[in-house]
Design a protein around this ligand. Structure first.
Ligand code: AHG
Ligand code: MN
Ligand code: MN
Length: 345
């Protein structure tokens, strides 16, 4: 560790940019011939920079507040939700690599006419947007499926379990802009160097600690929680031995999951007596985050089922989410397994 008067390490002369990283993974993906996924991911990288720049300037360029419309889930859209959505849709369409898109902000799946694209992208253009006006971290979440052999790209190509995704990731717009990505070969994190305009590898091969000390739930919903969730939360707040867990809940899934990947612990958004499937959307929230969690050595469950095995029946369907450190999530699963009362999931 450097102390006062000591010289610091000189800057690296061998930066690993996100583009370089994706290109080096291309071979292992069997993508060497087409490089289509590479081009697609590079396209997403550009959208992240553009959204980041708008999020950062939002207050200055009249981008805070409501857009005056609501999405299919009945949520009021913010101006930045709409802008981020349009940035993603336009860039993915222009990539020529995508034939199906699903966005949180658009009711129907977008089938890109005339596209020979072999990929489908599902995304939450701006996650945590209720936090935006307070300058709190928000993000973009995405998952990528390959179109099924013989298909020209239909809704069936995205109504598939998350285990069939070929890539997933998120970009977090916070004190720094971080893009975290997995193509099924572990998880890597990149930080945007604004002076270079490049994402630089800063968190290689992220692994979640096997047990954490932090829990991240919206306990304001406690009165609606089912018994296994209540008994699990009791067990970490009033442990028989050791120290109780600390609570951290930002209310932006991207930020809460990012912290969970780096520090360990558990993030949960359960189903409850009011929300029969929980709140988080399967395709573009639960699946990509579960994919990253598993790739980082953690566990992601609905309480009773592996999230990545859930088969979606609608593009905006929801499911309960518990994800994070292996041992912490196994504890939740035990509380579910011991509960004999009625439950939906
Ligand atoms: P979005 O802004 O894309 O609608 O997502 C908000 C989600 C997610 O980011 C977060 O984990 C959760 O909603 C927070 O919900 P509560 O306010 O109910 O805790
Ligand atoms: Mn969201
Ligand atoms: Mn959103």
């Amino acid at each position: 560790m450097a102390t006062a008067g000591q010289e610091l390490e000189p800057p690296s002369t061998d930066l690993i940019t996100l583009t370089r990283h994706i290109l080096s993974q291309q071979q292992a993906l069997g993508e060497a011939a087409s490089g289509d996924l590479t081009l697609l991911l590079i396209g997403i990288q550009v959208t992240s920079k553009y959204i980041a720049s708008n999020v950062r300037k939002a207050r200055l360029i009249n981008l805070v507040g409501l857009a005056g419309a609501s999405n299919v889930q009945g949520e009021d859209q913010k101006k930045l939700d709409v802008l981020s959505n349009d940035i993603m849709v336009n860039a993915l369409r222009a990539s020529g690599k995508v034939s199906v898109m699903v966005s949180e902000e658009i009711d129907e799946a977008i089938l890109v006419s005339g596209s020979n694209g072999t990929y489908c992208v599902v995304f939450d253009p701006l996650d945590g947007s209720s936090n935006i006006d307070a300058g709190v971290n928000v993000g973009t979440i995405f998952g990528v499926y390959k179109v099924r052999p013989g298909s020209k790209g239909t809704i069936e190509d995205v109504l598939r379990p998350g285990s069939e995704m070929v890539a997933a990731g998120y970009t977090m717009y916070g004190s720094s802009c971080n893009l975290v990505l997995s193509t099924g070969q572990g998880v890597d994190g990149f930080t945007l160097d604004e002076s270079l305009g490049e994402f630089i590898l800063t968190h290689g091969d992220i692994k979640i600690p096997p047990r954490g000390k932090i829990y991240s739930f919206n306990e304001g919903n406690s009165m609606h929680f089912y018994p296994p969730v209540i008994s699990y939360l009791e067990s970490i707040k009033y442990p028989k031995d050791g120290k109780p867990y600390s609570a951290r809940y930002i209310g932006s899934m991207v930020a809460d999951v990012h912290r969970t990947l780096l520090y360990g612990g558990i993030f949960g958004y359960p189903d409850d007596k009011k929300s029969k499937d929980g709140k988080l959307r399967m395709l573009y929230e639960a699946f990509p985050m579960a994919f990253l969690t598993e790739q980082a050595g953690g566990v992601a469950t609905t309480g009773s089922q592996r999230i990545l095995d859930v088969v979606p029946t609608s593009i905006h369907g929801r499911c309960p989410v518990f994800l994070g450190s292996k041992e912490d999530v196994e504890d939740v699963k035990r509380h579910y397994a011991e509960y004999k009362g009625e439950k939906r999931w």
